[in-house]
Ligand binder design. Structure first.
Ligand code: 5GP
Ligand code: SF4
Ligand code: MG
Length: 457
């Protein structure tokens, strides 16, 4: 999901939130929502669909205020229904809460039992509504906003980057592992911004200040800014954010993701060279690594697949049947570029193998002589429990098959993945600073057995 918050009393905050969410659209395309606070009074609107489909000028005009929070949803827990759209709005002793969450909790069953349904009803199937109600419960029990948020966070296990609107100001929070990103920016003289990625700061002309640290809370109000650690950080940023999920024009861990992904391609070319005529990317996510691969190998880079930019990411769609029809809608091979060529095809990841298999078939039909697939991340062998939908383990092709079996299944002439060490060499940081559980099964957040059983083979 994408989360956004802005404090800017002199500006049209709903419009700023709209553009922030617009830049974060890649993080979730299922629903979008904005909540504003005008002299402490809440206004909000949320609906299914893309940001540009959900909001119109008239709707934004009805969202006045001095601060706003917004959310783009990508479903990992809870079904695809409007009741699950965010920000989640719940009442409390100190006024209404509008909570926007990116991540995934692993102890929701336990947490549900702590909320008496008469007082703190749960209408949706999301973990985010649980967090909003836990905050309401803490505040109702006498806590102020910051103390209440800390109490809430201490009960939650899993990944959360939160932007929470209240009548007194905006709270930002990150779990102690910092699995999902969250950054702070400044806007003009007195404006402050919270966003999942720096690309959302760029679009509204805000300046990047710093990350919200793992285990940190921040509190933006008309009386000023305060922050603190609610728990000691054990930095474990999701490495998949770096490889694939975040936009390449965002900066993460002090690095341009575009430069990082190019570097992945360079290392991949060194690790798994091949004799070929052309390097092509699976657009858009494979492009930086393909350019890196081409440059390092000296094989020329070409566009061999044209993407329809108006089709959402295929993995957003919920059913396998839709996923399969999704590929042809999305990518079309350029016959005149590809005919009779030996081609290196670079992509960022293979998850289920569905896209890749269809793609190889389409390339063959376009007359490609040899297909050498190169993947700029290691085999995905384990599901994600922290907010990226890498599915049940049995649906992950690399959990069931060896690289040589996958090579046969995809009907490629060769297949190579980037090594785990190569993936980290490109970050310039120690592997311990990241979560890479979907490549190793080494999950940083302890998980209840029932959840493990439901997702692992
Ligand atoms: P597959 O071949 O596994 O069906 O799809 C791989 C391609 O889809 C890659 O281009 C990758 O960018 C994208 N993709 C699809 N689903 C997911 C997912 O759940 N997580 C990640 N990281 N990438 C995905
Ligand atoms: Fe990211 Fe994989 Fe860890 Fe999930 S399991 S947070 S996708 S690195
Ligand atoms: Mg892709």
């Amino acid at each position: 999901c994408g989360v956004f918050g802005v404090y800017a009393p002199a500006e049209a905050v709903a419009k700023l939130a709209y553009f922030g969410l617009y830049a974060l659209q890649h993080r979730g395309q299922e629903s979008a929502g904005i909540a504003t606070f005008d002299q402490g009074r809440l206004h909000y609107y949320k609906h299914m669909g893309l940001v540009s489909q959900v909001f119109r000028e008239e709707i934004l005009r009805e969202l006045p205020g001095q601060w706003a929070v917004g959310h783009n949803r990508y479903s990992t827990t809870g079904s695809s229904r409007v009741i699950n759209a965010q920000p989640v709005v719940v009442p409390s002793r100190l006024g209404e809460i509008a909570l926007a969450h990116n991540g995934n909790l692993v102890n929701t069953l336990e947490l549900r039992q702590q909320l008496p349904p008469e007082r703190y009803p749960l209408y949706s199937t999301t973990d985010s509504e649980i967090m909003a109600q836990l905050l309401a419960q803490a505040v109702d029990g006498g806590a102020d906003w910051v103390t209440g948020a800390i109490q809430m966070a201490q009960q939650c296990q899993g990944a959360f980057s939160l932007v929470i609107g209240t009548p007194q100001g905006i709270l930002g929070m990150r779990d102690s592992y910092g699995v999902r990103p969250l950054v702070l920016g400044t806007l003009g003289e007195q404006g402050l911004v919270l966003a999942s990625e720096t690309c959302a700061l760029d679009i509204i002309g805000a300046d990047y200040l710093r990350e919200v640290e793992p285990g940190e809370w921040v509190w933006l109000t008309p009386n000023g800014f305060s922050c603190g650690q609610w728990q000691t950080a054990q930095r474990k940023l999701c490495v998949f954010e770096m490889i694939y999920f975040a936009r390449p024009d965002s900066v993460m861990e002090g690095k341009s993701l575009y430069a990082y992904r190019r570097r992945l391609g360079e290392i991949l070319a060194q690790e798994s060279p091949v004799c070929a005529d052309l390097v092509i990317a699976v657009p858009d996510s494979g492009v930086p690594a393909a350019i890196g691969f081409a440059q390092k190998s000296g094989i020329s880079y070409a566009e061999g697949l044209i993407k329809n930019r108006y089709v959402g990411r295929t993995f957003i769609q919920p059913t396998q049947a839709m996923r399969e029809t999704g590929i042809r809608m999305k990518l079309n091979p350029l016959r005149d570029v590809l005919q009779s060529q030996r081609v290196v095809v670079v992509d960022d990841s293979i998850v289920r193998g569905t896209t890749s298999r269809k793609l190889v078939q389409a390339l063959r039909e376009a007359g490609v002589r040899e297909v050498h697939m190169r993947i700029s991340s290691p085999p995905v062998t384990h599901p994600c429990f922290y907010g990226i939908d890498t599915d049940n383990q049995e649906q992950l092709i690399a959990a069931r098959q060896s690289v040589s079996e996958i090579t046969q299944h995809l009907e490629v002439d060769s297949l190579a993945y980037l090594s785990w060490a190569g993936m980290f060499a490109a970050t310039g940081s120690a592997p311990q600073q990241f979560c890479s559980a979907c490549f190793t099964g080494d999950y940083p957040v302890p998980m209840p057995d029932a959840l493990k059983r439901s997702k692992l083979m």
